[in-house]
Design a protein around this ligand. Structure first.
Ligand code: PMP
Ligand code: GLN
Length: 392
């Protein structure tokens, strides 16, 4: 057959870096600080809730298309508990949709809301499924680059650049805060300006807030809570990050009934439904007391600090994240400038796996010297990784 089997929309994406790097970690017996998954499962009572649902025959057959009512109610109650003070609340029957993780929520939203040729502005570096999701929907991605600022040791969004990137073809801004891979938490002023631009230019916003509870400094503010945004914002959350069960793939969308209905139109032909018994368990997880969420955050902050210190001592320049699971580093102080080459040889040189940030860029040169390490691991594992990296 002359024609390539894989269609043109997907051909550029290859295998995800996470699969490649996790396989490399297994093959070389390295410490895997690449793919972002915790090495300790979430709360025992939540695991038990899943077992109970399985045994009691709850969710073993197709759950309802929008998700089980218990989970939709729990998502709405969670939004009310954490963001009600900002005036944000959702109707569990019409304004909540349960998805197969945030990944399906993203794909279904893009497939539902884009016409071929529509432009989507995404903050670069961006999570890898964004580019593929936009491509599958026939959209055109327009990156706006978050820039590393060695002075402050953080990444900053240039709002002028964002404003200039909006054209008559822009349909949607795809936002992510707290941001993977840089750990940036967008500030109130930045979000207010993004909201103002979205209203002024009549844009939709798809906002990926899966790390909403993992903010170490500052606070997470949902974009939907800003003036004029509720009716144009699709917000995405996930149990993977909030409850340390990344394998369960339970995510959710909150938005107006019209937006949820549009996203459901695409979602019903992707998975239709998923994770029946896990939906019951996540409903219980969302009702955990505030102390659960605080402890999760405090524990990860400590882990961030252990790895940040270790990486600094090993000679990396560290961009200290305000949120997420990840630390981005600059490898140039170690005498390297190609993150891909660095990450491919790191297992044999140090027994550690990391992710080259260039995969998250259209402008590969911009991302070349940066490498991402995940700190959602046991402290002894982080300490051991730091010791190994010091020998570099
Ligand atoms: N968005 C971001 C920013 C992520 O880092 C991830 C990975 N957890 C996802 C979406 C996908 O989440 P899920 O595993 O729930 O599909
Ligand atoms: N979100 C995780 C990360 O950024 C990985 C998810 C995946 O493997 N697709 O590492």
């Amino acid at each position: 057959m002359d024609r390539p089997l894989l269609n043109r929309r997907l051909a550029e994406f290859g295998t995800t870096i996470f699969a490649e790097m996790s396989a490399l970690a297994v093959r070389t017996g390295s410490i895997n600080l690449g793919q972002g998954f915790p090495d300790a499962d979430g709360p025992e009572e939540v695991r038990e809730a899943a077992v109970r649902a399985l045994r009691d025959g709850r969710g073993n057959q197709y759950p309802p298309g929008p998700g089980i009512p218990e989970l939709r109610t729990a998502v709405a109650a969670h939004q009310q508990r954490f963001y009600g003070r900002l005036g944000l609340s959702y109707d569990p029957d019409t304004e909540v949709l349960i998805t197969a993780g945030a990944t399906e929520a993203l794909a279904a939203s893009l497939l539902a809301l884009l016409e071929p040729g529509d432009e989507v502005i995404a903050l670069e570096p961006y999570y890898d499924s964004y580019a593929a999701g936009i491509a599958l929907a026939g959209g055109r991605r327009v990156p706006v680059t978050l820039r590393a600022d060695p002075e402050s040791g953080s990444y900053r969004l240039d709002l002028d650049e964002l404003r200039d990137a909006i054209t008559d073809k822009t349909r949607l801004i795809l936002l992510n805060t707290p941001h993977n891979p840089t750990g940036t938490v967008l500030s109130r002023d930045e979000l207010a300006e993004i909201a103002r631009l979205a209203c002024e230019r009549d844009l939709l916003v798809l906002t990926d807030e899966v790390y909403e509870h993992l903010v170490f400094e500052g606070e997470h503010l949902p974009l939907a809570s800003f003036p004029g945004m509720r009716e144009r914002t699709v917000t995405i959350g996930s149990a993977g990050k909030t409850f340390s069960f990344t394998g369960w793939k339970v995510g959710w969308v909150t938005a107006t009934a019209e937006l949820v209905s549009a996203v459901r139109s695409a979602k019903q032909f992707l998975t239709y439904v998923s994770a029946g018994p896990f939906q019951y368990a996540v409903a219980e997880a969302l009702a955990l007391p505030d102390s659960y969420f605080t402890e999760l955050r405090d524990d990860l902050r400590t882990k961030r600090d252990i790895l940040a210190t270790g990486l600094t001592d090993a000679g990396f320049q560290v961009f200290r994240p305000s949120g997420t699971y990840f630390i981005t580093t600059d490898i140039r102080p170690l005498g390297h400038d190609d993150g891909f080459a660095f990450c491919r040889t790191l297992p044999e040189r140090a027994g550690v796996v990391a992710i080259p940030n260039a995969v998250f860029y259209d402008h590969k040169d911009q991302g070349a010297p940066y490498v991402r390490f995940a700190f959602c691991k046991r402290t002894d594992v982080l300490q051991e990784a730091a010791d190994r990296l010091k020998r570099l």
